[in-house]
Design a protein around this ligand. Structure first.
Ligand code: WAQ
Ligand code: MG
Length: 632
C-alpha cells in the first residue's frame, strides 16, 4: 500500500537551555497544521514547567519503511533491584553476555538527550557525540497519520514505536531503557530475539534519572549505517499491541508508590477526630486543646440560638431535602435565605450552593467558557482554580494583588468574547486583602466581569462584617461569593449578584443544578446566624480587637505578625519543621495547623492561626508564648 505524501513534524522545547519536552509524528499533509499546533500546546502545558523556547520542524519524509511492532510482555517487579535483575536476565537472553556491566552503565548514566551506543563485547561507546548520544527519530505508529497526537505523553505508546525501530536497525542486538520521568518507574528491555519486555519497576519513584543504551555487535568499525537508519530513515510501526490490563497487584503498587512519595516528602495528611467542647476548645485524643484554627470566626457555630434554629428547621422540614434546587429541593427556607442574603449584602439577588467550594466552581464555570478569558490572582483559593479549569476558558494568572500586572494582561484580552477577573477578597493563607477599588476600576476600564470570593471576609471585614466592599467603602463586584460555613457558623456557599447573573447561575451552573439542595438544618442555622450578625455588629469589632491583641503578643516576642483580618500567618519555611512545630504546639495544648504545599508553595510552609471572637485574651497570650517557644 502506498502512503501518499507524508510529513515529519517534530517539536522540541526547552527552558534556560534545559530540555523540557519533545515529541514527533509522521502525518498526512492535511493533518500537519493541527498536529503542529497540538505539539506546541503539549509543550506549553508540560508538567516540567513552561518552556522559553520551542522548535518546530516540518519536513518531507521521502519513502517510508513499514515494520511490525515487537511483541510485548510485562514483567512485574516491585523494587528497583528486582527490576534490574530481570533486565539483566533479558539482556543476557538477547545475547549480551556482559549484561551486568550494561546495567551498571545505565544506572550511572549522566543525563543525555539520546542513547548510548555500546558494543556488546568490548562495552566501548561508539556514539560520535557522547554528551548528546544517538537519537532514534523519524518514526510513528502506522494508521494514525490523519489523527491528532494525544495531549500528553503516553510512555508505552511512544516507547514501543521507538524500540521497534531500534530493534530493526542494522547491528543493534538489544536495548535497555529507564525513563527520566520521576513518576514513571516502568522501563523495558527490547530486542528482535526476545521482543519488548516492560519491567514495572526499574528505579525509585521520584528519581528523575533515566537513560537508554542501544547494545550493538559488529559495527565498531563503522557506525554510520546504523546511525543513519536510526536518525533518518522514516519508519511506520504496524500492529502495536494494545497494553494488556496490568495485574491488580501492580495497579495497587503504583498507588502505594505515590503514597510513599507523599510520606517521604513531609506532605502526608490524614484526618483527626475532634470532639467540639465549650467555646473555641475541643477534645483531641482525650485531651482538651485550644483551637486556633477554626473558621468559626464569630463563634456562631455554637451559639445556642443558631443551634436551635438548625434543630427547628430539621423538625419542620426534615433532615434532607431529597432533591436538587430545580426539581424538588427548594423549600421555603431556601427562598428565605436567598432573600436575606441579598438584603444583607445589598444586592439584587443571591443564589445558595451546598458549599463555598461549589459556589466558586459553579459560578465561574457558568459565566466563562471556551473563547473567554479568566484573569486569576496567583494565590487564589483552590476552588477558584478548579472553577477556572472546569470552565474551559483560557486562564491568565496575574501576580498576587498586582493591579499593574492585571491591567497589562487585561489590555491584551480585548478580542476575547468575555473577560472575567476573579480574586479572593481575603486570601486564605496570608489573610491579606484584594485592592478592590483598583480592581473594579480596571474591570470597568477593560469591560470585564468581576468575581470576589469573600469567604474569609464575611463577618470579618467592614464595620458590620459585610466584607471587602464595606471595608473599602466601594461598590461590590459583579459577583460576590461568600460562605455560610465560616463566620456564619453553618454550612453552604452563596453568590450575591444582579438578577440577570443570578438567572445565569440558576440556568447554567452545574454545581447548582446537579446537587441536592442544602439541608434544612444548615439553611435554618444560616438564616439565624445572619440575623444575629445584623443585630449584633459589635461581634465583628470584638474579633478585630482580639486579632490585634494576638498579633501584638507575637510581635512582643519578636515574631513578625501583621494582619487586617482574622488570619495570622506565622512563616516557618521548611515543610518538616512546620509539621514538628505544630506537633509541639499540640503537646502544649494548642491546635494550630501547619500549612504546606500544595496549599502554599513549596518551602513556604507556615503556621496559620485563625482568631475567633470567642477566644479569651489569656488563651491568646498563652498561644503566642507557645508559638515563640516551639518555633525557636
Ligand atoms: N532516541 C534515543 N534516546 C532517547 C530518545 C530518542 N528519541 N529519547 C529519549 N532518549 C533517552 C534519553 O537519554 C532519556 O533520558 C532516556 O532515553 C529516557 O527517555 O512500556 O519515557 O523519554 O510502559 O524518559 C518506557 C515505557 C518509557 C515502558 C521510556 O523514556 C512501558 C521513556 P524517556
Ligand atoms: Mg522523559
Amino acid at each position: 500500500m502506498s502512503d501518499g505524501r507524508l510529513l515529519s513534524v517534530k517539536m522540541r522545547a526547552s527552558r534556560e537551555g534545559e530540555h523540557v519536552s519533545g515529541a514527533e509524528r509522521i502525518v498526512s499533509p492535511a493533518a500537519a497544521p493541527e498536529t503542529a499546533a497540538a505539539l506546541v500546546r503539549r509543550a506549553l502545558e508540560h508538567s516540567k514547567g513552561t518552556p522559553d523556547f520551542i522548535a518546530l520542524k516540518v519536513a518531507e519524509t521521502g519513502g517510508v519503511l513499514r515494520i511490525k511492532a515487537l511483541p510485548v510482555a510485562t514483567e512485574a517487579a516491585t523494587t528497583p533491584s528486582e527490576g534490574l535483575a530481570i533486565a539483566e536476565r533479558l539482556l543476557r537472553e538477547a545475547g549480551v553476555q556482559r549484561a551486568c556491566e550494561v546495567i551498571e552503565m545505565i544506572v550511572d548514566a549522566k543525563p543525555m538527550r539520546g542513547a548510548m551506543l555500546v558494543d556488546a563485547d568490548t562495552l566501548e561507546r561508539l556514539e560520535p557525540d557522547r554528551a548528546r548520544g544517538v537519537r532514534a527519530t523519524c518514526m510513528d505508529a502506522a494508521g494514525t497519520q490523519g489523527r491528532l497526537p494525544p495531549s500528553s505523553k503516553n510512555h508505552y505508546a511512544e516507547a514501543i514505536v521507538l524500540a521497534s525501530k531500534v530493534a530493526a536497525a542494522p547491528g543493534i542486538i538489544a536495548e535497555i531503557c529507564i525513563s527520566d520521568d520521576p513518576c514513571y518507574v516502568t522501563g523495558y528491555v527490547a530486542s528482535r530475539a526476545t521482543g519488548y519486555h516492560r519491567i514495572t519497576c526499574m528505579k525509585e519513584n521520584g528519581d528523575g534519572r533515566g537513560g537508554r543504551i542501544f547494545v550493538c555487535r559488529g559495527i565498531a568499525g563503522d557506525t554510520s549505517e546504523t546511525i543513519r537508519f536510526l536518525e533518518e530513515t522514516p519508519v511506520l510501526v504496524e500492529d502495536i499491541p494494545a497494553l494488556e490490563g496490568m495485574r491488580r497487584e501492580e495497579r495497587f503498587a503504583g498507588i502505594e508508590r505515590e503514597l510513599d512519595a507523599i510520606r517521604s516528602s513531609g506532605l502526608w495528611r490524614e484526618t483527626r477526630i475532634m470532639e467540639p467542647h465549650h467555646g473555641p476548645f475541643a477534645v483531641l485524643g482525650g485531651r482538651e486543646v485550644a483551637v486556633l484554627a477554626s473558621n468559626d470566626y464569630l463563634g456562631l457555630a455554637k451559639d445556642p440560638r443558631v443551634m436551635e434554629a438548625a434543630a427547628e428547621a430539621t423538625r419542620r422540614f426534615g433532615a434532607g431535602t431529597g432533591g436538587a434546587r430545580l426539581t424538588t429541593g427548594t423549600q421555603p427556607l431556601h427562598a428565605k435565605l436567598e432573600e436575606r442574603l441579598a438584603a444583607f449584602f445589598g444586592s439584587d439577588a443571591a443564589v445558595a450552593y451546598a458549599t463555598g467550594y461549589m459556589a466558586n466552581v459553579g459560578a465561574i464555570s457558568a459565566l466563562a467558557g471556551k473563547g473567554d478569558v479568566i484573569l486569576s490572582d496567583e494565590l487564589n483559593h483552590a476552588s477558584i482554580i478548579d472553577g477556572c479549569r472546569l470552565s474551559g476558558a483560557d486562564v491568565v494568572v496575574y501576580r498576587h494583588c498586582d493591579m499593574d500586572d492585571l491591567a497589562g494582561k487585561l489590555s491584551l484580552c480585548g478580542g476575547c468574547r468575555r473577560r472575567l477577573v476573579v480574586s479572593d477578597g481575603v486570601f486564605s493563607m496570608d489573610g491579606d486583602i484584594v485592592p478592590l477599588p483598583r480592581l473594579l476600576d480596571l474591570c470597568s476600564q477593560y469591560d470585564a466581569f468581576s468575581l470576589i470570593d469573600d469567604a474569609h471576609a464575611v463577618g470579618v471585614l467592614g464595620a458590620t462584617g459585610r466584607g471587602t466592599a464595606e471595608h473599602f467603602g466601594c461598590p461590590r463586584a459583579d459577583l460576590t461569593v461568600g460562605t455560610l460555613s465560616k463566620a456564619l457558623g453553618s454550612e453552604g456557599g452563596f453568590v450575591c449578584t444582579s438578577k440577570k447573573l443570578a438567572d445565569c447561575l440558576v440556568n447554567r451552573s452545574r454545581a447548582y443544578i446537579f446537587s441536592t439542595s442544602p439541608a434544612p438544618a444548615s439553611v435554618g442555622a444560616a438564616i439565624e446566624a445572619l440575623r444575629i450578625l445584623e443585630a449584633e455588629p459589635d461581634r465583628v469589632e470584638k474579633l478585630r480587637a482580639k486579632t490585634a491583641c494576638f498579633a501584638a503578643e507575637l510581635r512582643n516576642r519578636a515574631i513578625a505578625a501583621e494582619t487586617q483580618t482574622a488570619i495570622v500567618p506565622v512563616a516557618i519555611g521548611d515543610e518538616r519543621k512546620a509539621v514538628s512545630v505544630a506537633a509541639r504546639l499540640l503537646e502544649r495544648g494548642f491546635l494550630i495547623p501547619a500549612i504546606r504545599y500544595p496549599t502554599v508553595p513549596r518551602g513556604k510552609a507556615r503556621l496559620r492561626v485563625a482568631i475567633s471572637a470567642a477566644h479569651d485574651s489569656a488563651t491568646l497570650a498563652a498561644a503566642a508564648e507557645a508559638i515563640a517557644v516551639s518555633s525557636s
